[in-house]
Design a protein around this ligand. Structure first.
Ligand SMILES: [Zn+2]
Length: 255
């Protein structure tokens, strides 16, 4: 376990539990700090590799325990030019305090979002009927943001209809895909295929989401496995998918 002084290079240098199936050279990424207990001491020190940047948020799961001290730390981070995105923030129906989550989400969007920095949204519900959370999320988020706001729908698992609704309201919306793709049903695969090439991102959601396959751990290095899964659903060469996602990452986060 790394402490609050760990840097991006420390995170990437952690030993892997076993050899990678689809090794890739990581040339960039976003380190997301949304557990207030692990907010870094200094973003400038933490993001110590070219091509990488940081986002600060409050995961829906941590909203009930978000203390006044955490809030002050968050505000200081949001004033820093080193914070390149707001997130993860969102709504998670599998976590407690839904009403409080909704209020906090709108407070954060109204107070801290601006079109110069992407918002990374975590929208989740119990498996099945995933679109409902995207529709509910859009109702909450829609009134709080400018149309030009860049948005990343993180761990996207909705249908083509859900993505289209978001894109209509926010033309600069991106969908990022994780290892969850391995358990996608047909309507979710269609959702993935409906995302335009210039709006597609790849992520591992490490260390939280279990990686593709059992017992292999989940680190940023496992993004090659995610790329392979996505390429199979898209029926595109994996290198093309990686190239697209890389270009999109750099454009969205201005890396
Ligand atoms: Zn999340």
């Amino acid at each position: 376990m790394l402490g609050r002084e760990a840097t991006v290079s420390d995170m990437l240098g952690m030993p892997l539990p076993c050899p990678l199936k689809n090794p890739v050279r990581l040339s960039g990424g976003v380190a997301v700090f949304c557990d207030p207990c692990s907010y870094p001491k200094s973003l400038l020190r933490t993001v110590n590799m070219p091509g990488f940047t940081a986002a600060i948020g409050v995961h829906s799961r941590h909203v009930p325990g978000w203390s006044a001290a955490h809030k002050e730390a968050f505000k200081i981070f949001m004033r820093s030019p080193n914070t390149k995105a707001l997130g993860e923030i969102g709504l998670d129906l599998t976590a407690r305090g839904v009403k409080k989550q909704e209020e906090t989400l709108q407070y954060l969007l109204r107070g801290f979002a601006d079109p110069s920095r992407p918002v990374i949204l975590h929208l989740r519900r119990h498996r099945g009927k995933e679109d409902e959370i995207y529709f509910r999320g859009l109702k909450l988020v829609g009134p709080c943001l400018h149309r030009e706001q860049p948005i990343q729908l993180h761990c996207f698992s909705g249908s083509a209809v859900a993505f289209a609704k978001w894109q209509k309201r926010f033309p600069d919306v991106y969908a990022s895909f994780s290892g969850l793709v391995s358990s996608f049903e047909e309507h979710q695969k269609q959702g993935l295929r409906a995302v335009p090439g210039d709006r597609l991102l790849l992520e591992t959601d490490s260390p939280y989401l279990p990686a593709v396959g059992r017992g292999v751990g989940n680190t940023p290095h496992h993004v090659g496995d995610v790329a392979m899964l996505v390429s199979q659903v898209m029926q595109q060469p994996v290198l093309d998918v990686i190239e697209l996602a890389n270009a999109n990452l750099k454009r969205l986060f201005r890396l």
